[in-house]
Design a protein around this ligand. Structure first.
Ligand code: SAM
Length: 147
């Protein structure tokens, strides 16, 4: 399974640059994780770019109003997708300041929440990358995730 994380605008905050680099490095040995940066802009243009960059992928719209599975349940869902053989790439779509258009919600296979709280998009990116690292660790049987 390949993973594509799509976000508008390069991470600009110092803490976010450091954390993103750290998790991408950790994820390297677990498979294919691509961070795609699309041009920032208003809600409509960002949403269209997110859709274009995720064409043909299993789309996961990141949104605080989405489903809130446990980490293990999410690991199981992605494992099931991999076993089905129908999905090659899972794309995570992180919105800009004004969030996603209704079209993104319609065209996504899953809407995933990391918390009921609204986060700044660079912080949401870090939390998502940490969860992806956690899922990869569960799959690899490493003791990083304990519950
Ligand atoms: C500042 S938030 C946008 C908030 C926007 N007002 C809205 O109503 O969606 C920017 C992006 O970060 C991501 N995000 C923020 N908090 C999140 C959360 N709790 N769970 C999942 N994604 C989140 C989403 O992709 C969101 O579109």
């Amino acid at each position: 399974m390949r993973f594509r994380i799509i976000v508008a605008g390069k991470p600009a905050l110092a803490y976010s640059k450091t954390a993103v680099a750290e998790y991408l490095k950790r994820l390297e040995r677990h498979g294919s994780y691509d961070l795609i940066i699309v041009k920032a802009g208003d809600r409509e243009s960002v949403s269209q770019r997110l859709l274009d960059a995720s064409e043909g992928c299993y789309r996961v719209a990141m949104d605080e109003r989405g489903i809130k599975p446990t980490t293990r349940d999410l690991a199981k869902s992605f494992e099931d997708l991999e076993i089905s053989g129908e999905v090659k790439t899972i794309a995570f779509l992180i919105g800009a300041a004004d969030g996603h258009t209704p079209e993104i919600r319609k065209k996504s296979h899953m809407t995933l929440s990391l918390s009921s709280l609204t986060m700044q998009h660079e912080l949401a990116l870090i939390v998502l990358l940490e969860q992806l690292y956690r899922l990869a660790s569960i799959k690899a049987g490493s003791p990083y995730h304990r519950d």
